[in-house]
Design a protein around this ligand. Structure first.
Ligand code: 5GP
Ligand code: ZN
Length: 134
């Protein structure tokens, strides 16, 4: 039995409700859904998070998430889509196998952004941009 839940799902040791499968990725329903149709997209090969993934693996996951988003939108008539990708504990990741959350959205669904919206301080914005780009 794999120590990683999502590797267990890829290997078929843990059951899942599959939405889509490609050569390199698997998409299945989240069992603690934020909304109806909430789907997780993972690479079949174990990789921890965005920082450990090579660009090709991340691109495959993103391309599969796009396919899933379109399927959910057309089959469930969702009005919008929210995609989350949490990496590492500080980034709210709880299952340490790279995944994207594809969440169909409706204006009436009551979900809310996980941060408060407030304008940034101009000097801090300038300083962080300098730090990122220097
Ligand atoms: P994270 O918090 O790491 O971004 O997301 C992990 C997600 O995996 C959570 O939304 C959680 O509900 C989901 N999850 C955890 N265990 C299982 C499982 O055994 N099966 C499925 N389908 N989803 C799971
Ligand atoms: Zn894994």
């Amino acid at each position: 039995m794999s120590e990683c839940i999502f590797c267990g799902i890829v290997g078929g040791e843990i059951p899942s409700r599959k939405v889509l499968e490609t050569d390199s990725c698997l998409a299945f329903l989240d069992i603690f859904p934020a909304n109806r149709g909430h789907t997780l997209v993972i690479p079949k090969r174990h990789v921890l998070d965005i920082h450990e993934a090579d660009a090709g693996t991340y691109a495959d996951v993103a391309a599969t998430a796009k396919k899933v988003a379109d399927i959910l939108q057309s089959k469930l008539n969702s009005e919008g889509t929210t995609i989350f990708q949490m990496s590492r504990e500080a980034g709210w990741q709880t299952v340490f196998h790279l995944h994207m959350h594809v969440i169909p959205r409706w204006s009436s669904d009551g979900l809310h952004k996980p941060w408060d919206i407030a304008p940034g301080n101009e000097a801090e914005l300038d300083q962080v941009l300098q730090q990122i780009t220097k």
